[in-house]
Design a binder for this molecule. Structure first.
Ligand SMILES: [Zn+2]
Length: 444
């Protein structure tokens, strides 16, 4: 049987196992469901065992969530490939937003719906499909590494990579946790933006004051905060913070109609920023105000507010160092706070960006395998989002080839309600990975 036929023969079983895995509510952000995260790690162990993996263990660092490492030793003279995915998922959010129960995988119109089905249990299922297509005897060494805390920012990943460096070491890392360019069009992700977030507090008074008596001379904290927030962008909506970098954009046309459809932007509302759409989304920084603390409208009185807070989320250009960017942001805030108000920055969080060099014989073989499996040339894309673990892999294994692949497509709604997997794309991803491992065996 050809590899293509093998993949096809194993698909129904893999999809059944994916459905079982989705039923485990492995929400890593929810302390009441840590037992579910443990249970999903155990399911991953079982599925690897069912796929012929001879060496499996559950590992964790510093009380972090359980990760699973499964190893297939490399046949003489062949490289080792580490296949990454994560078994934890985002919270399901408001159940009213779901058309079908989030933890009961349901097929509708060629897509399978469920929390984590694309991000990233589907990524793990691709690895299972490839291993099964080879009857549990892959032609190269394979290490499967399935993390359990990606959705909470991989807090102990650096330690895991250090403690298990030798077991995880590989010639190629395949990180199946990104998004394809479109249904039917695969992508390799070659850049990711970084993240710098913080909470900004502005204080003008030590207690609220009558707005009639003192208004006009005493600044209220919320107006002061709004004026400060307004300095973060220029009139076009470009980030106006000195010291944040940008990188050149790929010549890729993101159709504005597609962005309109995907984003649900309201009629008449304009895009912000300048440059091509992919430049703005992947290559330049962005700053968003994601939360605000002030008096609720229904509890308002005619009072000058003494304090107001905003939570800021900045995305950083690929290659920009997160700590340096954070300093630029806090310097900007301190330099631009109006009227001598007190400003404090707290709750800092950062995630490193990545620039992935797609080059060398493994990358070339992967490109060819994907083109064959999908019958479409892969597209090289950036991501506006941040996957800090890609930077961790890059740092820990600087000489390895890193390939960031995907099962999700732009309609997958990872992290949102009605998350889904396109079944045709899933089959293509399974075949692509299988052909790719086969091709790697020819590279000494
Ligand atoms: Zn993910």
């Amino acid at each position: 049987m050809s590899l293509r036929d093998q993949v096809e023969a194993h698909l129904p079983g893999v999809l059944a196992d994916l459905t079982d895995l989705v039923a485990v509510e492995s929400v890593s952000a929810d302390p009441s469901r840590t037992a579910e995260v443990e249970r999903s790690a155990q399911r991953v162990v079982q599925l690897l065992a069912d796929s012929g993996c001879p060496d499996i263990r559950v590992v964790r660092a510093n009380g972090g969530a359980p990760a699973v490492i499964g190893r297939f030793p490399a046949p003489e003279g062949t490289p080792t490939v580490c296949l990454y995915a994560h078994h934890d998922v985002q919270p399901e959010g408001d159940l009213n937003g779901w058309r079908t129960p989030p933890f009961a995988a349901t097929e509708r119109d060629g897509r399978l719906y469920g929390r984590g089905i694309a991000d990233d249990k589907g990524g793990f299922a691709v690895h299972l499909a490839a291993l099964r297509a080879f009857g549990g005897r892959p032609p190269v060494g394979v290490t499967v590494f399935v993390e359990g805390e990606e959705e909470v920012g991989s807090p102990t990943l650096a330690q895991l990579l250090e403690q298990h460096h030798d077991e995880l070491a590989a010639d190629v890392f395949v990180i199946t946790d990104s998004t394809n360019w479109a249904v039917g069009e695969p992508a390799f992700t070659t850049s990711l933006r970084g993240l710098a977030g913080f909470t900004l507090e502005v204080r003008t008074l030590d207690h609220g004051l009558h707005s009639g008596v003192y208004g006009g001379v005493v600044p209220d904290a919320l107006t002061t905060l709004c004026r400060l927030l307004a300095t973060l962008h220029d009139d076009h909506g470009n980030v106006a913070v000195a010291g944040l970098g940008t990188v050149p954009a790929p010549a890729l046309d993101y159709p504005p109609a597609r962005l309109r459809e995907e984003s649900g932007i309201l009629d008449g509302v304009e895009w912000i920023g300048t440059g091509s759409l992919v430049e703005r989304m992947w290559c330049k920084p962005s700053i968003s105000v994601i939360a605000l603390d002030a008096t609720r409208v229904d509890q308002a009185s005619n009072t000058l507010l003494p304090v107001a807070r905003a939570k800021i989320s900045a995305r950083l250009a690929p290659g920009d160092d997160a700590a340096t960017a954070l300093t630029a942001l806090t310097n900007h805030v301190n330099d631009h706070v109006p009227w001598g108000a007190r400003v404090t920055v707290s709750g800092v969080e950062v995630g490193e960006s990545s620039v992935i060099d797609f080059a060398g014989p493994y990358a070339e073989a992967a490109r060819a395998a994907f083109a064959q499996a999908w019958a479409a040339e892969p597209v090289f894309i950036g991501q506006g989002g941040t996957i800090p673990m890609v930077a961790e892999f890059n740092d820990s294994f600087p000489n390895a080839t890193i390939l960031v692949t995907a099962v999700a497509d732009p309609d997958s709604r990872a992290h949102g309600s009605n998350e889904s997997l396109h079944l045709g794309d899933f089959a293509a991803a399974c075949l692509a990975e299988t052909l790719m491992l086969n091709a790697f065996a020819q590279i000494a």
